[in-house]
Design a binder for this molecule. Sequence first.
Ligand code: NAP
Length: 275
Amino acid sequence: MQFVSAKGAQLPALGVGTWALSGRSCYDAVRTALAIGYRHIDTAELYDNEAEVGAAIHDSGVKRAEIFVTTKVPMGELRAPQIRRNVEQSLKRLGSDYVDLLLIHWPSRREPLAETLGAFAEARAKGQTRFIGVSNFTVALLREAIEVHRADIVCNQVEYHPYLSQRPVLAALARYGLFLTAYSPLGRGRVAGDRDLVRIGQAYGKTPSQVALRWLLDQPNVAAIPKSSSRAHLAANFAIFDFALSAADHAVLDAKRGKTRLVDPVGWAPAWDPA
Ligand SMILES: NC(=O)c1ccc[n+]([C@@H]2O[C@H](COP(=O)([O-])OP(=O)(O)OC[C@H]3O[C@@H](n4cnc5c(N)ncnc54)[C@H](OP(=O)(O)O)[C@@H]3O)[C@@H](O)[C@H]2O)c1
C-alpha cells in the first residue's frame, strides 16, 4: 500500500467509496474490502449507510485503529449546533467514538464558513475526529478557509479522473501542503470502456480501471476512493501496486484530461475553477 500524508495525517492512498451502497450491499462491500486489505473507507451522513459501514468494521475483526474512516457533514447542517449534533449521530451510527477525517461535504452559500470551521475544530479538539478537511472546494474557497479563517485542514475531496483536469485545485493543494482525494476516480465506471486505457492496460496485463487508478496514485499527494459493489472489482481495484506506467503512457492520460464533470448538482455546486 502507498500512503498520502499532510499535517500529521497519514492514510492509505487507495480507499473504498460507499456512495449509493446501502443496507446489506454496503455491509457486504465493506466487509469484502476489509478482507481484501483496504484500510480506508469513505462514507457520509448523506449516503445513509454509516450504520452498515460501522457494523462491517466491527464484524471484520480488523482493529478500528488500523482503519482510516472518513465521514462528511452535509450542506444545510453546517451551523455549529447542527454540526455538534450531527457528529454525535454519525459516531453513534458508526459505532465508534471517533472518525479519522471529518469533511464539509459541499461548501454552503448560506452557512458562514468561519462558524463551520470553528465547530469542526471543536470536534477535533474533543477527539471526535483526528483530522478535518473539505470537499468540493474551489481554489477561492480553499484560500478563504486557510488564509482568512486559518483552518487546519488536511485535504480537499473532489471529482478527479482521466476526463477532468483539476490542475488549479491540484496546484493550490500542493502550495498549501494538503492532499487531494479523488472521488469518482473511475469516472463512475466510464473508464472501463475507454479505448486508450484498454490499449495501455494490455501492455501491462491490467484493466482500464487499474490503469486509471495507477495514474491517479502516481501523482504526488493524490488518494482515490473507487466504489464497487462487486468482489471482483474490489479485488481488481486493489491490485495496482505491482506495475508502473511508463512516462509515455502517463503522458497519454495527462493529455486526455478535459472538462467532463460528472458530479455537478444544480443550485448546489460552487462556481468551479476552469478545467
Ligand atoms: N465528496 C463528494 O461530494 C463525493 C461525490 C461523489 C462520490 N464521492 C465518493 O467517491 C466514491 C467513488 O465515486 P463514485 O462512486 O461516484 O464513482 P467511481 O468510483 O468512479 O465509479 C463507480 C462505478 O464504477 C464501477 N466499477 C468499480 N470498479 C470497477 C472495475 N474494476 N471495473 C469496471 N467498473 C468498475 C462500479 O460498478 P460496480 O459496483 O458494479 O463495481 C460503479 O458503477 C463514492 O462512492 C463516494 O464515497 C464523494
